[in-house]
Design a protein around this ligand. Structure first.
Ligand SMILES: Nc1ncnc2c1ncn2[C@@H]1O[C@H](COP(=O)(O)OP(=O)(O)O)[C@@H](O)[C@H]1O
Ligand SMILES: [Mg+2]
Length: 483
């Protein structure tokens, strides 16, 4: 009874094994341990080689190997016998002569030290090879693109502090590829002066911020600039898992930027110097006109008057002529005075407050636009250059108001406090669209901006169509003080 059960159980186990052998998705063969002939094979093995089972049974194992792979087969089988188990990749050949890559997993079954038979399971790895090849190719393409763009990619496993860099990242940072990395190893590449900032930025990003920083690194003793950006990944429970980032070498960009800034600065200095020379010329021409020409004209007028007094009594014709001459000379004196004033108002010598007042009175008279002026404190302590700059800005702003604003009111506020000069020129006119004006090449507003920048200050224009315009400027009253 018991014996029968065991036999039945055996029979069922054998049936299961037979089923498994017949239906396995990979090829299986059993070879003789000494002769290496194929004794047994499953249908899949025959199918993958394009044979029927009977065609291959009894053949030597080498029969299914490609010519190139037959050579090393004996050595591999020797290894298998010694180790009992061996896995390798090779090339097999089909009945039609075509070759295909395989992975072979072999086990040697021994009995009292003798290899009785060997079991091989063989997998066609054509698809895997294709995937691997295309993966390798796309990785190579990515590496090439990264090298061309000087843009490396990285991945930081935050929980385990493991950092992975692409080849380009290693190149940018001047480390040999494959050196083990973590966050600290990266930080060690950062320029000493930037390390704290970078660390702070990273901590802020981890706390839920954005990571987009530009900083210096030192690679092979050379200082480089990089831009780092990263996206953080969280688990579904909200735990921070990892960061996927990019490192871009922006050294060249920074060099161009610095050169551009330098040339911008030189241009600004040139313009400032130009302006200074122009102001000085205006001042001297205005003085010359006012003092010299004015004096001569006054003398001429006195002479004309003298002629009238001396010879005009009995000569009405002469009296009339002298009166006409005096009138012409008076008009000329007026013109000369106006010319001198427009070149450089004398009020400027009495400070910005007085000059602004003088300007606004004239403006109000000419345009009938109501003006208000507030100057704090009344006596300002401002050098000539800044006084002139602020005055010219006010002048340009008033000209714009008269030309474009259709305003009925203007208010100007000038204040000097804490060594900072602020001026605000506000009108209730039409306003304008800054974007539209920005597309045009106009020099008035640009001049305002540049004049303020010369002194390390800043300017702003608040305006919108229908909402009036306000020009704000703010600049330090002595050089070296940031606004
Ligand atoms: N206060 C203002 N009100 C309305 N429009 C203004 C005002 N100031 C400037 N603008 C607009 O801005 C433009 C640029 O001004 P500006 O740079 O001084 O150049 P320009 O006076 O030579 O046109 C003007 O053409 C005008 O359209
Ligand atoms: Mg203008």
């Amino acid at each position: 009874m018991l014996f029968r059960t065991i036999r039945e159980e055996n029979a069922s186990a054998i049936a299961k094994w037979q089923h498994f052998f017949d239906h396995a998705k990979w090829g299986m063969i059993v070879c003789d341990g000494t002769t290496n002939t194929i004794e047994l094979m499953n249908p899949e093995f025959a199918r993958m080689h394009g044979y029927r089972v009977e065609e291959l049974t009894g053949r030597p194992l080498a029969y299914v190997f490609s010519e190139a792979c037959k050579a090393g087969l004996q050595e591999t089988l020797q290894l298998l016998r010694e180790q009992g188990h061996h896995v390798w990749e090779s090339w097999h050949v089909r009945k039609d002569g075509s070759e295909f890559p395989v992975q072979i997993d072999a086990t040697a079954v021994t009995d009292q030290g003798e290899v009785v038979y060997q079991v091989f399971s063989v997998q066609d790895i054509t698809a895997r090879r294709r995937d691997e090849d295309s993966l390798r190719e796309s990785e190579a393409r990515l590496a090439r693109a990264q090298a061309q763009g000087k843009l490396g990619s990285w991945l930081l496993d935050i929980r385990n502090d493991i950092l992975e860099w692409s080849a380009e990242c290693y190149r940018i940072c001047g480390l040999s590829p494959g050196s083990p990395l973590n966050y600290q190893a990266f930080l060690d590449c950062v320029h000493l002066d930037d390390r704290e900032c970078v660390d702070l930025a990273w901590r802020a990003a981890v706390a839920g911020g954005n990571y987009d920083v530009q900083h210096r690194i030192v690679a092979h003793g050379r200082v480089k600039w990089v831009r780092q950006r990263a996206e953080l990944e969280y688990s579904s429970e909200g735990y921070l898992l990892r960061a996927l980032g990019t490192t871009q070498d922006i050294t060249e960009l920074k060099q161009h930027e610095a050169a551009l800034l330098k040339s911008q600065q030189s241009l600004r200095e040139l313009a400032a110097n130009h302006e200074k020379v122009r102001e000085a010329e205006r001042t001297s021409v205005a003085r010359e006109i006012h003092d010299e020409l004015g004096q001569y004209l006054t003398a001429l007028r006195m002479d004309a008057a003298m002629i009238g007094i001396r010879f005009g009594e009995d000569n009405p014709e002469l009296t009339r002529l002298v009166a006409s001459m005096k009138h012409t000379i008076d008009t000329t004196i007026g013109v000369v005075r106006n010319l001198a004033t427009s070149l450089r108002p004398g009020a400027l010598d009495m400070g910005l407050g007085s000059a602004a007042e003088w300007l606004l009175i004239g403006f109000q008279e000419r345009t009938r636009i109501r003006c208000q002026l507030q100057v704090l404190p009344e006596e300002m302590n401002l050098d000539e250059e800044r006084t002139t700059a602020a005055f010219r800005i006010l002048q340009e702003s008033l000209t714009n108001i008269a030309r474009y604003a259709c305003a009925s009111e203007v208010s100007v506020r000038i204040e000097q406090a804490d060594n900072i000069l602020t001026m605000e020129i506000r009108d209730n006119g039409t306003g304008f669209d800054p974007a539209e004006v920005g597309r045009r090449k106009t020099f008035g507003l640009m001049g305002i901006r540049e004049r303020v920048l010369q002194f390390g200050g800043e300017s702003r224009i608040d305006t919108a169509l229908g909402a009036g315009t306000c020009v704000h400027i703010r600049m330090p009253c002595t050089s070296g003080v940031a606004a």
